[in-house]
Write a protein that binds this ligand. Sequence first.
Ligand code: PDD
Length: 282
Amino acid sequence: SIVYLNGQYMPMEQASISPLDRGFLFGDGIYEVIPCFNAKPVGFALHMQRMQDGLAELGIKLSTTLAEWREIVEQLLEANGKGNLGVYLHVSRGMQPKRSHAYPSEITPTVFGFAFEIGDSPSSNPAQVKTFRAVTEQDRRWRRCHIKSTALLGNIMHYHQGQQRGADEVLLFNEDQQLTEAASCNVFMVKDGVIATPELDHQILPGITRHLLLAILRKDGRFKVEERPISLDEVLSADELWLTSSSKEVAPIVSLNGGPVGSGQPGPVWEQAQTLFSAHKY
Ligand code: PDD
């Protein structure tokens, strides 16, 4: 595949980054994954705003404009066959000659991008719904989960633990037994026809799919939608649970800790939400 690295396009095999890059040594960077169907990015401006916010929070100074990011994404799509591709963008603080915790004042960020196959949009084929099995766990990640950091060790350890327990995802709960998110997705719950999801704070990533889905549901108006704390007990007795992410869109969880969620089938509210999402996501 053709990748982007620091202003140039090249075959993946030719892309090289110094082992002294702070992205490698410290996980000192920010990333985005933008889903693109038929070469059309979903939520491009929102993804780039989140990247800007993350870079600002880390004090990484990068002059790349929105138009330049757009060009990078378009070029990656063009060079990689324009199909259904996820575009991964990664900015690390850069390479420093000597390993040191301190942020160096003179440093050039490393900018890397590549595209990978993501298959059809989950919403393009409702007959073949991919369903998910989840388990619950105590959230052991750091307290800055709103930053889309490349340092994903906390997330991948949770994810791995979920797989060890025979699940596809892990629903995480803070010390007050309130739902935060999943290892790689945001979470929605349905109870008695009301849709709820945790509010935005430092405990969760402000997911773009979450944002788009909330806006679409509120505009449609047929369901009551709440952003509020959600307890473990509520999750365990939910009628429906959904995962949202760029690659999964709105995906139904049908089993939790080995037992069924609701009827054990994708629920009726999910079906309507997913249909609305696929019609309006652009
Ligand atoms: N994961 N929460 C976490 C911890 C995530 O890693 C992600 C995305 C989300 C959903 O965000 P969005 O709707 O913007 O994709 C929530 C990406 C896709 C990944 O790491 O591959």
